[in-house]
Design a protein around this ligand. Structure first.
Ligand code: RIB
Length: 332
């Protein structure tokens, strides 16, 4: 139940008119009354509709960034872009890791609301998360990061992951690979689900057999587990496409430990093109995402919304991933 102006007046033992003056003409209110009413507003979490931004007594110069896992170099790069973009406009960034956990994400959103950040950038662990509207109702702008905002309630910066999945399979098929293992994380991660749509589209069009190996987390340890599953398949696929580079590096480690020759016996293709991809044991071919640019662009969109107020026009910016070919893939 949202708190009303009347609730604030009653709790602070002043008239509704005085609360309105505190919000809109604080200069005419006695300091003692001003402080008491402001304290009551903060305690009750009062947010007047449509004027929430004016509640910013100190016009907070902080934003929140919630990413799944900052130890994934992709998000390290995104976070670097966000911070550079924010610092350019004299804002500080609170960095939070959700670990793809809705519960952990919820806790961080509560903290960011309490801290009265100006805006939040995040990749929701559950796209149906209704916290975005709640934050907006409290005067906190929200920009979706690495996911597309369907509709036009918020800004978003994303990558065309369906296209990314498609060009990966088309590339491997053009190299003569028609039996491919697709190693991916949970479908609940929208980016992964969209890559899978691209994989399925290209596989159908190119008559390519796909063996899907799904892992709970998208890190290199799970990539090594996926390598064991690949080795147990009835026939060894001639190529592996992984939903991100950490999985691909783990698969590479696992297959090479089993004396499988990469790429002579099996080609490996990743996704993200993180900085370590080019310095892997066998330099990794990957579908590249402009991580730093995603971060800078998302920060710019969010802070424009924070500062332009009602004149702001939401934007959905989508980047195209690109194939980066290295030694881990070759013609069959
Ligand atoms: O969070 C998992 C993956 O989604 C990252 O590796 C990156 O590809 C992101 O888009």
């Amino acid at each position: 139940m949202s708190v009303s102006l009347r609730d604030v007046a009653k709790s602070a033992k002043v008239s509704v008119g005085t609360v309105s003056n505190v919000l809109n003409r604080p200069e005419i209110v006695a300091e003692k009354t001003l402080n008491r009413v402001r304290e009551t507003i903060k305690e009750l979490g009062f947010v007047p509709n449509g004027f929430a931004r004016q509640l910013r007594f100190g016009n907070s110069r902080t934003i929140g960034l919630i990413v799944p896992d900052v130890s994934n170099p992709f998000f390290t790069e995104v976070a670097r872009g966000v911070e550079d973009g924010a610092n350019k406009r004299d804002y500080a960034v609170f960095l939070c890791n959700s670990d793809e956990s809705v519960q952990k994400e919820e806790r961080y959103i509560n903290v960011l609301i309490e801290q009265q950040v100006r805006g939040v950038l995040f990749s929701p662990s559950d796209i149906k998360s209704n916290r975005m509207e709640e934050m907006k109702g409290r005067g906190i702008s929200v920009t979706l990061l690495d996911q597309e905002q369907k509709g036009n309630n918020h800004c978003s910066v994303s990558v065309d992951d369906i296209y990314g999945g498609r060009i990966a399979i088309e590339y491997l098929s053009d190299l003569g690979h028609h039996d491919i293992a697709w190693v991916c994380g949970p479908e609940s991660i929208p980016q992964v689900a969209e890559r899978g749509i691209g994989v399925a589209k290209a596989a159908k069009a190119g008559n390519v057999k796909i063996e899907t190996i799904r892992v709970p987390l998208m890190n290199s340890a799970q990539g090594e587990e996926a390598a064991k599953a690949i080795l147990e398949l009835p026939t060894l696929p001639t190529a592996v496409f992984c939903a991100n580079d950490l999985l691909a590096l783990g698969v590479m480690r696992g297959l090479m430990a089993a004396k499988v020759k990469v790429p002579d016996q099996i080609s490996i293709l990743g996704y993200d093109d993180i900085k370590f991809a080019s310095s892997a044991a066998i330099p990794l071919s990957s579908i590249s995402q402009p991580a730093y640019q995603i971060g800078v662009t998302a920060a710019d969109l969010l802070l424009s919304e924070c500062e332009d107020g009602e004149s702001h026009q939401h934007q959905q910016i989508k980047f195209q991933p690109k194939l980066v070919e290295r030694e881990s893939t070759k013609k069959r």
